[in-house]
Design a protein around this ligand. Structure first.
Ligand code: HEC
Length: 458
């Protein structure tokens, strides 16, 4: 443990990142797709002489600027804060590998934010052709932000054999491009592009639903029809692209998906499958609702309809991201670093020297109680996925299990045999015998009565 551990009771650490990330994804993908949308819509309006479209596009670009410039940027910074606090070790690895990637990303962010503002404030103030060029500048720079961040995101699931071959040698950053164009780079880029395009349509519906068709010479009807078409590519191509993506995912991770499918109904580890189904169902419902309400009756399309579609999109995004995170288990960086910041290559060292031995952040010395040591083990090795008594609650999982049963689970975790049921989604437990014993005592104390617990804490 090279860093202090942050504790969030209740929702737990995974959901702190999760909630900020899902919010950010809804907006950042719109930031990319919406740029393309505005540029193409304006080009079409100019070419076909649809002057009635301009006020609506102007309204949409204001909404776009506020949503992406304020909420998109703030939630992006929120992701930085939360991953820095929750996954400092992995964040450090990413920065060391991709520092220039991020430098380039920020250059594009600045171009993107500036051109979005210029685009909005220059409606009807500069010649139409020039205004459209600003729109294209925005669209292209925002696509570049996706092209770059996608390399870093996919790296976490599939760093690729070349990078994994040199990791630890100090030469990792010389293999920037191998890590960047990793096995899932291209399918993920196509998937995310489809998401960007469909979210551009969804958010455009939100803007137009608030307007009255008659005041704008039928522009509402025309633009809603045109916007629903933006949902079609995702709906048609997503399944194929998703299969392509899954093909590129290592077998070990795919196994987790299959494990979920095989055990459905048995209740053991079915979340991944349920979540994958949820994402398929919400996506098809969006297509149906968009067709039945927006495409067929654009004039009557109201804010409540658009909010319904938005919420469905939120469910689809949330569940897809959850599944993406879930198949990466038990790693935060595939085959290199477990979700609890333990590097695969350090497992033997921790077992020999002890896990808490070299940590600056754990209590040490003769006065330290076993309870404190056990808690430190829990915080370091389990809390990245579990809480004491909230999300994936240890208290609930261990309810009714005695010392022997808990000891069995821990030794299974420690041996981490490939046929262990836990192997697929939990990292190996590391440390010396006395550390594991302290963890066991701490875990048992969670289900003791409050008074017994208070005694144990003393
Ligand atoms: C990479 C994330 C991750 C880490 C780290 C992790 N777990 Fe888990 N654990 C899971 C998941 C996922 C489940 C399954 C949850 C479910 O079924 O709802 C689980 C389930 C469990 C269960 C219930 C198993 C059963 O058979 O009922 C126990 C007990 C458990 N974990 C203990 C631990 C302990 C102890 C640690 C720390 C040494 C730990 N876990 C670290 C992800 C993790």
């Amino acid at each position: 443990m090279n860093y202090p551990i942050w504790e969030v009771k209740g929702i737990g650490l995974p959901w702190v990142i999760g909630i900020i990330a899902i919010f950010h994804i809804m907006i950042s993908h719109f930031a990319v797709g919406g740029g393309l949308y505005l540029a193409l819509a304006e080009a079409k309006a100019i070419k076909e002489g649809r002057a009635n479209w301009f006020p609506l596009l102007q309204a949409h670009s204001k909404f776009f600027l506020v949503l992406t410039g304020v909420f998109g940027a703030v939630s992006g910074v929120g992701i930085w804060f939360s991953i820095g606090l929750i996954q400092p070790e992995a964040t450090s690895t990413l920065i060391h590998n991709f520092v220039f990637g991020w430098a380039i990303e920020w250059v594009f962010f600045i171009v993107e934010l500036t051109s979005a503002a210029v685009y909005y404030y220059t409606w009807n103030r500069i010649p139409a052709a020039l205004h459209l060029k600003v729109g294209w500048l925005y669209a292209i720079s925002s696509i570049c932000t996706l092209v770059i961040i996608n390399g870093i995101l996919t790296f976490m699931l599939t760093p690729g054999t070349t990078w994994l071959g040199v990791v630890g040698s100090g030469h990792e950053s010389s293999y920037f491009w191998n890590a960047f164009f990793n096995p899932t780079y291209w399918p993920s880029l196509v998937l995310r592009t489809l998401v960007c395009i469909s979210l551009a349509g969804v958010w455009a519906l939100v803007t137009y639903s608030r307007l009255d068709d008659d005041s704008y010479g039928n522009a509402k009807t025309q633009l809603i029809r045109w916007s629903t078409k933006w949902l079609a590519p995702a709906f048609l191509l997503m399944p194929v692209t998703f299969l392509w993506y899954i093909m590129m995912v290592p077998d070990a991770n795919k196994h987790l998906l299959e494990l979920g499918m095989a055990s459905i109904g048995q209740g053991s580890f079915t979340q991944v499958t349920r979540i994958a189904l949820l994402s398929v169902m919400s996506t098809s419902t969006i297509a149906a609702v968009a067709y039945l309400f927006a495409y067929k009756f654009p004039k009557d399309f109201s804010p409540s309809h658009s909010i319904a579609i938005l919420l469905l999109a939120l469910a689809a995004t949330g569940s897809t991201e959850y599944a993406r995170e879930a198949i990466r288990k038990p790693f935060v960086i595939g085959s290199h670093m477990y979700s609890n910041s333990v590097r695969v290559r350090d497992v033997a060292k921790f077992n020999q020297d002890g896990y808490l031995t070299h940590s600056m952040w754990t209590p040490s010395g003769p006065s330290v109680s076993q309870h404190e040591l056990g808690k430190a083990m829990f915080r370091g090795q389990c809390m990245s996925c579990h809480t004491e008594n909230g999300y994936r609650s240890m208290k609930r999982f261990l309810e009714g299990r005695d010392a022997k049963a808990v000891g069995n689970i821990l030794s299974m975790l420690r041996q981490n045999k490939s046929d262990s049921p836990y192997h697929a989604y939990m990292p190996p437990l590391v440390g010396k015998d006395e550390e594991v014993a302290a963890l066991q005592a701490f875990l048992l104390s969670l289900n003791q009565t409050t008074s017994a617990n208070a005694v144990a804490k003393r």
